[in-house]
Write a protein that binds this ligand. Structure first.
Ligand code: EPZ
Length: 426
C-alpha cells in the first residue's frame, strides 16, 4: 500500500495555491443532474471523491467529460434515466447521498443505499429524510436501501414547498433540502440552516441555473420552486480547509508562505485563533493569506469546534498538531462529531502529550515531535499526520494515504514546492 515518507524539520517558504473546494464541488456535480442542458464546472479539484461522484452520476445516465489539466467538467444531464445511487458507491463515499435531493426534485422518487458511518461518527441522514417528508415524500427503509418518493404520486410528481426547521444546522441536510426544493411546487423555508461558504456556493450555482433562492449563507434560506433549470458555466469556490491546512503547515515549519485563493472571511475563526496563539498571519486583499515566522513563541489556546462561522471541525485535527508543540496547556473541544480524536494515539506515538477526556483533548505542549511510522485514519487526520511529520525530527511514514488522496489535490507536490521533503513510496 502507498505511504508518504517525510523527512521533517525543513523550513517552508514560497507561494502555494489552493484548489477548488471538495465540499462544494461534490454538491455542484450532484445538483447539475437537475439541468435540462449542459453544465460547465471549472476549478474542480482532481481528487478521488470527485471521481467517485462523477461515477455516481454516470450510473444515472449522465454524460461527463473530465479535463483534469484544466480542472473542468463538462456535464450533459439530458439523457439521465436512473433514480438509484448504487450501494457500492454510497458505501465508498457518504456524500453520494446528495443525489437524493436532485433526483426527488426532478423525478419525484429515488432509491438510495443507506450510507454507513465512518471513522469520525455515525453520520445519520435523519434530518435529510425529515425534510423530504415535510415536502410530501414518504421514506421506506428496506434491505439497506431507502426508497423515497412523492406521496401517492407516480414517478414524476413534484414535491410541495414547506417550512422546515432543522434540529441541527446540518450541511448535508441543508444542501439536500435546498436541491429538493428548487423544482418543488411553491415556497420552502429552511430555518436553522447551515451557513458554510460551500452552502453559499451551492446556492449561487443553483441561482445561475435559474433557481430562485434567497438567504444562502444565513441561517434562514428561502427557495421558490421553478419549473425547470437550465445549463450554466460556474467556477467552484476555493477550498478553505485546504487553505487552513497550508496555513498550519507554515505556522509549524515557518519561513514565509503565501497561500493563494485563501479567503480570510471563509475561515475567519480559524485565522483569529491562530493569531491569538501568536502566529504571524495576515490577509493581502480578498484572497491571499500570508504566514511569516517572526520567531515569536506561540502560546496555548482553547478551541471549540462549531458549525460555521464557528471553528471548523475539519481543521480540528490540524490545529491539534500545531498546539501539540506549543508549550503550556491547550484544550480543544469537538462539538460536531462524536469520535474525531482517533488520530491522537498516533500523534502521541510521535512524542505528543495529549489526553482525551470525552469531547475534550487536553494538550500539554512539548518542545518537539519525533518522526515515527503512523497511520491516516481519515482524510483530515491523515493531513494532520503529514503536518506532524513535517515538523518532527527525523523520518515519518504515513500509511493508508488513500484517505488523504480523497480530498487533497497534488498534496505532496504542493508541499514540495514550498520546501517540504515528502515522497510517495509503496
Ligand atoms: C460535511 O459533512 C462535510 N462533508 C464534512 O467534511 C464536515 O466535517 C461536516 O460537513 C461538518 O462541517 C461534505 O461536505 C462532503 P453535517 P455532513 O450534516 O454534511 C449529524 C471532510 O473531511 N447529523 O453537518 O455529513 C452528523 O452525524 C468531511 O471534508 C445527523 O445526526 O455534516 C454529524 O455529527 C468530514 N443527522 C453532524 O450532524 C443528519 O441527518 C454534522 O453533520 C445529518 C447530520
Amino acid at each position: 500500500m502507498e505511504k508518504f515518507i517525510i523527512n521533517g524539520g525543513k523550513t517552508l517558504s514560497g507561494s502555494v495555491r489552493v484548489s477548488g473546494a471538495k465540499n462544494s464541488a461534490l454538491k455542484l456535480i450532484a445538483a447539475s443532474i437537475m439541468a435540462d442542458s449542459r453544465i460547465t464546472l471549472k476549478n474542480v479539484p482532481k481528487i478521488e471523491d470527485v471521481a467517485t461522484m462523477v461515477e455516481v452520476i454516470k450510473t444515472l445516465g449522465v454524460k461527463v467529460d473530465v479535463d483534469n489539466k484544466k480542472s473542468i467538467l463538462e456535464i450533459d444531464p439530458r439523457n439521465i434515466k436512473g433514480c438509484e445511487a448504487p450501494y457500492e458507491l454510497v458505501r465508498k463515499m457518504r456524500a453520494s447521498v446528495l443525489v437524493a435531493g436532485p433526483l426527488l426534485s426532478k423525478f419525484g422518487s429515488v432509491k438510495l443505499a443507506i450510507p454507513g458511518g465512518c471513522n469520525i461518527g455515525s453520520r445519520g441522514i435523519d434530518l435529510h429524510l425529515k425534510g423530504f417528508e415535510a415536502m410530501g415524500a414518504e421514506n421506506v427503509v428496506e434491505h439497506g436501501y431507502i426508497y423515497c418518493r412523492v406521496k401517492g404520486g407516480k414517478t414524476g410528481s413534484r414535491l410541495i414547498g414547506s417550512d422546515i426547521n432543522l434540529d441541527f444546522p446540518s450541511r448535508g441536510a441543508t444542501e439536500n433540502i435546498m436541491m429538493a426544493a428548487v423544482l418543488a411546487k411553491g415556497k420552502t423555508v429552511i430555518n436553522n440552516a447551515a451557513q458554510e461558504p460551500e452552502i453559499v456556493d451551492l446556492a449561487n450555482f443553483l441561482i445561475s441555473m435559474g433557481a430562485e433562492i434567497q438567504g444562502g449563507g444565513t441561517n434562514c434560506i428561502t427557495i421558490n420552486g421553478v419549473k425547470k433549470l437550465h445549463g450554466t458555466s460556474y467556477s467552484v469556490t476555493p477550498d478553505s480547509i485546504e487553505a487552513g491546512t497550508f496555513i498550519t503547515a507554515a505556522s509549524l515549519c515557518g519561513g514565509t508562505v503565501e497561500i493563494e485563493d485563501a479567503i480570510w472571511k471563509n475561515l475567519e475563526m480559524f485565522c483569529l485563533k491562530l493569531k491569538e496563539a501568536g502566529v504571524d498571519i495576515d490577509t493581502i486583499g480578498e484572497n491571499k493569506i500570508v504566514v511569516s515566522n517572526s520567531g515569536n513563541k506561540l502560546n496555548p489556546v482553547c478551541i471549540s469546534t462549531l458549525p460555521y462561522p464557528g471553528f471548523p471541525t475539519d481543521l480540528q485535527p490540524i490545529a491539534v498538531v500545531l498546539l501539540s508543540v506549543v508549550p503550556g496547556i491547550s484544550v480543544v473541544t469537538e462539538n460536531v462529531f462524536e469520535n474525531r480524536f482517533m488520530y491522537v494515539d498516533e500523534l502521541n506515538r510521535m512524542g505528543a502529550n495529549i489526553k482525551i477526556d470525552g469531547h475534550h483533548a487536553v494538550i500539554n505542549g512539548t518542545e518537539k515531535l519525533s518522526g515515527a511510522p503512523v497511520r491516516a485514519f481519515d482524510l483530515r487526520a491523515g493531513a494532520a499526520m503529514i503536518l506532524a511529520g513535517l515538523a518532527a525530527e527525523g523520518v515519518t511514514e504515513v500509511s493508508d494515504i488513500y484517505h488523504v488522496k480523497r480530498g487533497y489535490e497534488n498534496f505532496e507536490e504542493k508541499l514540495t514546492s514550498i520546501g517540504a521533503d515528502i515522497k510517495i513510496a509503496n
